[in-house]
Write a new protein. Structure first.
Lengths: 317, 288
């Protein structure tokens, strides 16, 4: 278990607790009272810390190395029914963008999402969850195929951004994302989007237009990462906390601004502290919102989706 | 024996006392060519010797595209609202005020409808001088409304992009303008009304990742910078030296994302030629 800087009090108590229990086991001293006390304190501290997270702390949680990634959700939700599909049919198979068909209960879904790696080797293999144009085109291919067979789409968003590479530019990163956004506004099947980690800018929105956009409690979604925002507007990397604050990038802020539809609660301590519970919650949320969306005709579905996005923005006059 | 003797060492004149040619008389292109301002204007703001396309704004593009510079401006009173109370080193409201005072513009885009070679055309043109042509709620809304005007009146739409991307000070609100503008372009496309995207120097970031790349034709001017990630970001990420001409209009054309590049002098004629061809109507005479 890895701890973030603001989680250190929890780490300390956890260690004390383990030590106390060990003493109790190894000697005849009765420590059950001490253990109980520490346990209580641990619970209180956890509550205290996680109920008052700053935007920057949430950004840190969204990038927690133990946090579940797209394939973890898919495998947990669909089990053996998941069939991964590859390739954009033009250039190659982007490993930073995964997708395929799977079942939740009796219903088939097309899943699409950015995938990060677990260690240095797989992180490189997955390009840190930063897709190239072929990744966005693969995602679009799968979504169009879902539309053809009237299968609803679920997108898991978790990316520090679309890859800003030389070849990505040559192959039209901007065009690929733009095309996805446009096609997703008029796709004739329900689209449920879940922000499970980082939602950075166009790279996120490239698979992020949907009828229901959900954000897990400890994720962020904005036009730029707090670090890059700090470097551009403050001309230094040191102001990421302020930038995180200013960008209003948390789930609560995004809901308040009506830029997302729902917030999904995470277990105390974050999605990774009780993965099974997180998976069950997400599966439940997808089923619930799909049940509502499937009642709509394709025409109404698209009409409502377009209306929702047309209403986004704040101006005078 | 020298003719002059320097009595003091180093240059002593404070910057504010330095003699300079009054601004606006001459223009110096990046290759060092000096052009008389009036001559530059007559030449569509293209430096005659080296063909350099000077960055211009909506005022100049309207002048170039609309017959006799006659047009009706659409939604000209929309202004930004600081919902997020954004503050970095400066307050967003102060930035807006400064930009408005400096440029005389309300925001980074102006939309207008008028006749171009005798036929109706809706033009939405971004202004880079206003906070780097950044796209916030106002730009998104004005593009959506211009597209809606096109849709209702069945008039072709031209969007002239000139932007560094989404406006950071409106955070996710500006990000969602990518989706908002795309909704309207999808409707326009379903209705069979032509949309031309003109990418001018520079067209990067969120603009490229939305309307700038979604035209029935995407066109550009010589030498314009067009890309998703800016060249500095690409260099820093990859650690590689960028090839010459990387992300220029010519590079983007070569890689298949532009239909053609046109000299600004031919812009009006070529846009209207395309419209006559694609709408299968009789070709108009050259009246530009």
């Amino acid at each position: 278990m890895e701890y973030l800087d603001f989680e250190l009090p929890i780490k300390e108590l956890q260690e004390q607790y383990t030590k106390a229990c060990l003493i109790g086991e190894e000697s005849d001293v009765d420590v059950s009272n001490t253990c109980k006390q520490i346990e209580k304190k641990l619970k209180e501290t956890k509550k205290e810390i996680y109920k008052n997270l700053t935007p920057w702390q949430r950004v840190q949680l969204s990038r927690h190395p133990d946090r579940p990634y797209t394939m973890d959700y898919i495998n947990a939700i669909c089990g053996d029914s998941f069939l991964e599909l590859h390739g954009d049919r033009n250039f190659k198979d982007d490993k930073a963008m995964v997708g395929g068909l799977g079942k939740i209960g009796d219903q088939s879904f097309m899943f699409v999402g950015q995938q990060k790696g677990y260690n240095t080797k797989t992180r490189q293999f997955r390009n840190f969850g930063m897709a190239n144009p072929e990744g966005y085109r693969k995602a679009l291919r799968l979504m169009k195929s879902a539309e053809k067979f009237k299968v609803p789409v679920v997108c898991f968003v978790d990316t520090p951004g679309a890859f800003p590479g030389l070849e990505a530019e040559e192959r039209g990163q901007g065009e690929a994302i733009a095309r996805n956004i446009l096609e997703m506004t008029r796709l004739k099947v329900p689209i449920i989007v879940v922000i499970i980690g980082e939602g950075a800018s166009g790279g996120a929105l490239g698979i992020g237009v949907g009828d229901k956009v959900l954000m897990l409690e400890n994720t962020w979604y904005s036009v730029i990462s707090p670090e890059s925002c700090s470097s551009i507007l403050w001309r230094s990397w040191e102001f990421k906390e302020q930038a995180a604050e200013a960008l209003k990038l948390t789930a609560t802020d995004m809901k308040k601004l009506k830029l997302i539809d729902e917030i999904v609660k995470e277990p105390l301590g974050g999605a990774h502290s009780d993965r099974e519970k997180t998976f069950t919650t997400i599966a439940g949320a997808i089923e619930k919102y799909y049940a509502d969306l499937k009642m709509l005709s394709p025409t109404d579905l698209v009409k409502n989706r377009m209306k929702k996005y047309l209403e986004m923005g704040e101006f005078k006059g | 024996m020298p003719w002059f003797k320097r009595t003091k060492k180093g240059i002593q004149t404070p910057t504010e006392e330095k003699k300079d040619v009054p601004k606006g008389l001459w223009y110096k292109s990046p290759t060092g060519k000096i052009v008389d301002s009036e001559e530059l204007e007559k030449n569509f703001y293209v430096s005659p010797e080296d063909g350099y396309h000077v960055r211009i704004g909506s005022k100049e593009y309207f002048e170039i595209l609309f017959d006799d510079n006659k047009f009706k401006e659409l939604d000209k009173n929309l202004t930004s609202q600081d919902t997020l109370k954004f503050e970095d080193k400066k307050k967003y409201t102060d930035r807006l005020k400064e930009a408005q005072d400096k440029t005389g513009l309300k925001d980074a885009i102006r939309c207008a409808v008028g006749k171009s070679m005798g036929a109706d055309l809706v033009v939405a043109c971004m202004d880079f001088s206003f906070i780097g042509g950044s796209m916030g709620s106002v730009v998104g809304e004005k593009i959506a409304r211009a597209a809606d005007y096109s849709l209702k009146k069945k008039i072709p739409l031209l969007i002239i992009s000139k932007s560094g991307g989404a406006r950071m000070m409106e955070a996710a609100l500006s990000l969602m303008q990518l989706a908002k503008t795309s909704v309207k372009l999808a409707q326009l496309s379903d209705a069979g009304i032509p949309y031309i995207s003109l990418c001018t120097d520079p067209t990067t970031g969120g603009t490229t990742a939305s309307f700038a790349m979604l035209g029935d034709i995407n066109i550009s001017e010589p030498g314009a910078l067009i890309g998703f990630a800016g060249p500095r970001v690409v260099r820093d990420t990859t650690g590689k030296e960028l090839p010459e001409g990387f992300q220029t209009a010519e590079f983007v054309l070569e890689h298949g994302f532009l239909d053609f590049i046109t000299h600004r002098r031919d812009l009006k004629r070529k846009i209207n030629l395309y419209l006559d061809l694609v709408l299968n109507r009789p070709l108009r005479e050259k009246t530009a």
